[in-house]
Design a protein around this ligand. Sequence first.
Ligand code: HEC
Length: 187
Amino acid sequence: MLRSTITTASSLRYWMAFALKASPAASDSSRWVQHHERNPDMRGLLVAASIVVALATGGAAMAASDLGAQREADMKAIGSSLKTGFDMVQGKTDFDAAKAKAAMEKIAAKATEFPTLFPAGSEKVDSKASPDIWTNKADFEAHAAKLATDATAAAAAAGNGLDAFKPALVAVAANCKACHQTYRLSD
Ligand code: HEC
């Protein structure tokens, strides 16, 4: 399901429209999407936004253990922190440098913790973590480390204003799909 929602610009538009359907600012937002999907730098951000929407609405199976619950909590915190930044870049909320910085710092902290939640023997904890995590542990950890590095850079960029924050947030957002397409099983 996830894979098919992120393949084309038109499906991105669909997901954004779906997410924003109930919002009075929906038409503004879809204009923003139409404008920015032609801009390659912004494409990663749109993809990430659609991932947040798709995953957030994708159902809420109970975690099979504390480890599973913690993995989920980390990813949800990463998702909602990304959305905090995304809302500012989209103009849905005012840019607030301290808030943007805190959101990016939270992503960095959770991205650092996340790969520690996959010890040997925990393969069966839940169904969304690919078995490839345990066979390619170093690569999985490198993906998480890169997210932490990019989020730390975005936290610093937030102090230099919205124009500096935007491209840094796009770089953060590119990490979601890069890891999910290999290590998160699709629905
Ligand atoms: C290092 C790899 C990696 C990176 C980087 C990554 N994720 Fe994830 N994400 C996963 C894995 C693995 C799962 C499945 C976890 C599970 O089910 O145990 C997941 C699941 C999720 C979920 C679903 C949580 C739930 O409710 O079960 C959300 C939301 C999410 N990721 C958002 C993001 C966002 C947003 C980003 C980018 C800012 C991101 N992720 C970056 C690996 C990653």
